[in-house]
Design a protein around this ligand. Sequence first.
Ligand SMILES: [Fe+2]
Ligand SMILES: [Fe+2]
Length: 138
Amino acid sequence: MLLPEMRAELLRQHEDIRALIVEVRAAIARIRVHRVTADALRACLRAVDRALSAHHRCEEDVLCAELQSAASGPLRTALMTDRHRREHDHVQHALAQAAIVPDPLLAARAAERVIDDVLAHMALEERDLFADRQETAA
Ligand SMILES: [Fe+2]
Ligand SMILES: [Fe+2]
């Protein structure tokens, strides 16, 4: 069983990442409205990348350990598979790519796509990986 403090830590990390994504959206808006350079956006994307790197390591360690326990069901097993890890790799690669797009408007578009992917990934985890753990732990 996933320990409540482990689940709470993963959820806290999600909230930290969401806060960084708010900053990414603000940087995207400044590019679109004020036609500023992509420097601030790149800094925001690097911050998201750092937070995601740490989060993915933690999540993979915690959830993989969970899957080795007898309490793990097929849904959890299916979700924390190679596909899940590939999604982690995909979003981090896309973040790195968005951070090197020279044109600010194109960088903003690329950043928007990747943060949407990150948000969707976290929402799916919270619905399918973390939610039933809360019931189990209650
Ligand atoms: Fe994940
Ligand atoms: Fe996550």
